[in-house]
Structure formats: C-alpha cells, structure tokens
Design a protein. Structure first.
Length: 486
C-alpha cells in the first residue's frame, strides 16, 4: 500500500517551511553554519549506509554493489562538496561599487549586490537514482546550501527508502543546530501538486519524464505568482563516430557504446540513444556480439517496463528501421535491443526514431558524408549531452560539427561516454528544452546552488545596516569584486 501524506500533515509541513518558521532563520544563518549541516547529514547517511543500501535494493531492484554503494557515496560526497562551496563564499557573488562622483554615466551612488536565498523550495525526487537525485540528492543539497528550506516530494518507486532517508536528514539537521521545519518528506501525487501550487513555495525542481516535467512546469508558471521551475526532463544524447575513429579503433568504440547504452538497463538520462556511424562501418558483427552478451536486467518499476516495451514496439515497426539485435524480455526484465537506419530514412522519420527510449535500446544512424551528418545534427532535438568519437588528426573534419552540437547540448564529450556525470566545480548537467526547462542552469555540480538564489542590490545604506557579505570590512573574508576589480 502506497504512502500518502494527509492534508493536515502537508499543511503543517508547508507552514513550517514558510517564512515565519524556517525560511527567515535559514536565510539568517552563515555559510559556515550551513556547511556544518551538510557535513552532519553526510556523516549520518554514511553511518546508516548498509541498511539504506539494502532497503534501496529491495525497492528498486538495482544491484547493491557497485551501483547503490557507489550512488550513496556520490550523495554524501556532493553534500560535503556544497559545504566547500559555502566555505569558499564566492557563490554569494558579493559585489561592491563605492560612490563615485566622476562615474562616466553621472555620479554613481554606493551600490552593493549579493545573492540571497530564494525561499522554501519543493524538490521532486527522481525514480532512477534513489540516493543521488532523491531525498538527500543534489537538488536538496544545493537548496539547503543556498539557505532554503526544502519540502521533498518522494518518488513512489522507493517510498520506504525515502521515508527512512528523510528521518535521517531531519535528525542530522536538528543535531547540527538547523532551525526546525527546514526539511520534510511528503508522499502522494496530489500532495505534490498541492505543494507546487501553494503560495508559500518559492521555487521547485524536478528530475523525470518530459510529460511529467512539462505538466509541473506549466503549473509552476501559471500560478497567480509564478515561480522558477528547474526541470531536468529528457535527452537522446547523440554520439558521432568519425571515419577516422572507425578505422583506428572501431571495435573498441562499438564495445564501449554497447556498455554505455545498456548500463543500468538504459535508465539513465544520459544514455546514448543515437549512434551516428559512417556508411560501411563494418561493425555489425562486433555490435551484435557486444550487445548480445549483456545479461537481462530488471527495470525500476512495472510502469517503466510497460512504457519501454510499448516504445520499443513502435521503434521496431518504424519505416526504414532494421533490427540489429532483437532484445528479449520476461516480465520487467529486458536484454538490450539495437536498431539501425540510414540518415535519409531518419530525416524522413517521425517521433519513433527521434524520441528518447528510457530503457536498454539504441538506434544507429548511418551517414554518407560530412554534409549528411551535419544535416542530421541540425534536425535533432536538444538534450543533455553530445559526444564525438574522433581522432586528433581529424580537426578539420570535426570543427564544422561543433556549432550544431553546441546548439544541441549543455555538455560536449570528446572520446568519452555520457553516462558518467561527475560532481565537480565545472560540471554542466542541463541543456535547451526538453533537456531542461531552464537551460541557463545545471542540476549537477557546484553551480547548481545558483538556481535557489536571487540577487538584491543595496543602494546608499550605512555600513551598520548592510548584510555581512557587503560590509566594508568584509567580516566573512569573502572573495568580492570591488569597484570593478576582483
């Protein structure tokens, strides 16, 4: 029986997260204090790792090791990394312009700008990453780091794990001295919609399907007071293989690609769903052997398995599409499927060949020459990633591909595979719609904190009334830009 948060419970949670209870005390804390909270949550999760991994395995069918063990390690790492972001201080964007009577635009007043927390934030957890994109995942970590209370809408695919993880987070925050009401988990589809519509929620984030994310986005922006909605939705993630790469290491590329698109039963938002190979590549045998050797894997939920089976049948029946490896399935367990078509057929095809297939399936598109390859790239729907497998001596061949690939994605890869998304300072996990609803932002990496902040400028205030990041003596010792100089 699924969990559902009652209406009185939800109202209590929203009241607690609102300005009078948690948002103002949260905003008033120092970055160092919030860094301590995140470290405490990470420590608490690590202490319960064995039990949490066992629970996640039971609910999601994902292997305990290395998958879930590694994912929990990623989760606690990114919590601690945001602690480093807070201690560094640059995330506040503190900027000071002193009064200048000789400013070319006319006398300039004293102006000081800093980023402040957005306010209570609603986070919709993902189904395919029960730790890293869920209760204590990246959205929660970045929102808490920004100083925002978090209401976490649990995913129905791992409700027991969400409840237990939420209990650990609440307890760790309290022990670390965080204000009450700053974090809570809610269950239920309608409860998520109710929370999204509630005027006390100031921002929302989501990781999931295009239809689900778009429906929530439309609600967020059609409220009487619209709010930012950071949705990470869908992506086909094309991989371009150049003629030189085929000649130099075609078999290795084919094997690595097979492993990448079938990893985790193809249930990654960065799964390479489209492989662009030159005509006459001669890798059919290698691909059949590599894909055929991948064991059957269970999908996350019955609903996902059913949806994938339906999309698979549509792709299999699409005009011009041939089956290279016909995967099998038993219940919710699938072996990978691989299909192939020509660029000409792809350009004339419909949604079945162009859309994301969330599961272990991928489509090969063969191109005649560089011009036809560029024509295909120009027609693709934007996504999260775009990859080139090429050789160093093909710079002149590759250079014309970079403009269409940059249009497509937020992360470009050279001789790598998109299914690895490290958490770091320079990471970008986003892209034009439908990859995300906010293409200027990222949901992975330290810049994710920027989604939950907004700028405020202070003009002409006496030093005693300014927030600490803008005071003349810079008491927090922040990196700042002063009168145009860093």
């Amino acid at each position: 029986m699924s969990r559902e948060t009652s209406a009185p419970e939800l109202e209590h949670i929203l009241v607690a997260a609102a300005a009078a209870a948690a948002a103002r005390p949260f905003a008033a804390t120092t970055p160092a204090e919030r860094a301590g909270w995140l470290d405490a949550v990470a420590d608490a999760l690590d202490a319960e790792a064995e039990a949490l991994i066992a629970l996640a395995h039971t609910e999601t069918h994902l292997p305990a090791a290395p998958r879930l063990k590694g994912e929990l390690a990623r989760t606690t790492f990114q919590l601690r990394l945001f602690g480093q972001v807070l201690r560094d201080g640059a995330f506040l964007g503190a900027t000071v312009d002193h009064a200048d009577a000789d400013w070319p635009m006319g006398p300039r007043p004293d102006l000081r700008r800093v980023l402040v927390p957005m306010g209570p934030t609603l986070v919709f957890a993902a189904g395919n990453f029960p730790f890293a994109f869920s209760v204590a995942g990246g959205d929660t970590a970045s929102a808490l780091a920004a100083g925002c209370p978090v209401v976490l809408k649990a995913h129905p695919g791992h409700e027991e794990l969400s409840t237990r993880t939420g209990e650990i987070v609440v307890s760790a925050l309290a022990a670390a001295g965080a204000p009450d009401g700053g974090f809570a988990v809610v269950h239920g589809f309608e409860q998520g919609i109710t929370a999204l519509k509630d005027p006390r929620i100031s921002a929302a984030s989501f990781t999931g399907s295009v239809p689900g994310g778009r429906a929530l986005f439309d609600i967020a922006v059609s409220r009487p007071t619209p709010i930012p909605f950071y949705g990470e939705l869908g992506s086909v993630n094309p991989v371009v293989v150049t003629p030189g790469a085929v000649a130099a290491r075609g078999e290795a590329v084919a094997k690595a690609y097979s492993g990448s698109f079938s990893l985790g039963a193809g249930q990654f938002c960065t799964k390479p769903g489209l492989l662009l190979l030159p005509e006459g590549h001669g890798l059919e045998g290698t691909l059949r052997e590599a894909v055929g050797g991948v064991a059957r894997q269970r999908m996350l939920t019955e609903r996902i398995a059913s949806g994938f089976a339906h999309k698979l049948s549509e792709l299999r029946a699409a005009p011009g599409v041939e089956t290279l490896v016909d995967g099998t399935h038993q219940g919710e367990e699938f072996t990978p499927s691989l299909f192939t078509t020509t660029a000409k057929e792809f350009l004339a095809g419909g949604e079945a060949v162009r859309e994301e297939h969330f599961g272990p399936a991928s489509l090969i598109v063969t191109y005649r020459d560089q011009a036809e390859l560029i024509e295909v790239l120009e027609t693709l729907e934007p996504g999260l990633t775009a990859t080139i497998q090429g050789e160093p001596d093909e710079a002149e061949y590759v250079r014309p591909l970079l403009a269409p690939l940059t249009r497509l994605a937020g992360r470009l890869l050279w001789n790598d595979w998109p299914t690895g998304v490290t958490v770091s300072w320079a990471q970008q996990h986003g892209g034009p719609y439908p990859a995300t609803t906010a293409p200027a932002t990222t949901s992975v990496g330290t810049a994710a904190i920027e989604r939950f902040q907004r700028p405020v400028a202070w003009q002409g205030f006496p030093d005693a009334l300014l927030p600490e990041p803008l005071r003349e003596d810079n008491p927090w010792r922040l990196p700042r830009r002063t009168d145009g100089a860093r």
